[in-house]
Each structure stands twice: as C-alpha cells, then as structure tokens.
Design a protein around this ligand. Sequence first.
Ligand SMILES: [Zn+2]
Length: 204
Amino acid sequence: MDLLDQVFLSNRSWAQGMVKNNKDYFKNLSLTQVPKYLWIGCSDSRVPETEITGSKAGEIFVHRNIANLVHDDDPSLLSVLKYAVDYLKVEHIVVCGHLNCGGVKAAFDGLEDEHLGDWIADIKSSYMSNKDDLSEIVSNTDKINRLAELSVVKQVEKLSSMKVVKDAWGRGQHLHIHGWMFDISTGELNSLKELSPEKRVWAI
Ligand SMILES: [Zn+2]
C-alpha cells in the first residue's frame, strides 16, 4: 500500500471512530463553525495547531505560512484576518512561532532565493535591527531561537497596526493579539506578548 492509500484508509478509520463516539458529529460539524481564535502559525509539519493545543475540528481558524509572518500585502493573510475578525468575530489572534524554525534559520544564514528569500526578508530586517543584542548570544542555535521570538513579537505589533484590527478595536470589539512560541523539544507553548484594546503589554 502506498502512502496516499494509507492516508485514505486512516481517514475512513477516523471518520468511523468519530461517528461511533457521537453519531451526529459530522452532521453538527457541517452546520457551522465557531472557532475560538485565529491561529497564524508556521507551515512546519511539527507544529500542528489542533494537536498541540488539544483542540478539535471547528475550534481554530488557521493561517499558516513559512515562519508565521504577517505581510500587509499578502492577500491570503488579509482575507483570513478579515473573515476571522469581521465575520467569525474571534476574540483572540495568536501568532505562534517555534524553536528550531527552518525559515528563521534560512534568514539568519542569509538565504537568497527568488521566492523564499523574498518571503523571509522581514526576518532579515529583524536580525539587522537587533544585531547588537543578538551578538551577545554565543551559540548560533540560541541566536536563531531568539530571532524567532523577536520576529513573533514584531508580527504581533504589525497586526495591531493593520486596518482590520484597528477598526475592530475602534468599534469596541473584544480582540486580543498574542505572541506565542512552541518548543519542539518539550512540546510546550509559552507566551511572549499580548496586545489588547487596553494596550496592556507583557513583553519578554
Ligand atoms: Zn518554522
């Protein structure tokens, strides 16, 4: 059996198991979605948001890209953000980075590539603006992980200045933006920063 045959087999087994526990599971799931928050995460296969947060289908609205970046000219991100905030009325947006991120490492290594290099240019700029602080860290692995944290904080701040978010806060909508890191070596999520209409800030 090839890999993709196995995927379909696993899918049927999962679907049957869900119905066995709750015969109306898919009937209810097909009616609507009421996700609790928008997750902006890395495409890395080791950071599956539903699994690491113990969530179920219908609980997280998701946008993932390489190195969990927020570009204000990215139509995919902008449409997801708009739908999540204006229509689904999520109360939380989480930007989740992770340690040992290949995208951040590529930026640190100065990767020049027609598509990848352009995409991660924002991390290179985070590196340049924090060069002095990062130079005090001895190991490259620790430098890359710190750069990943700094980039998450930057993405949270960028989100807070985007029109969709500012409009939501302007009309009194309850919306918090969080910066989290996932530690692949322990499986733990940690909070770095939160921004809310009250502008409460917890920085690392
Ligand atoms: Zn990553």
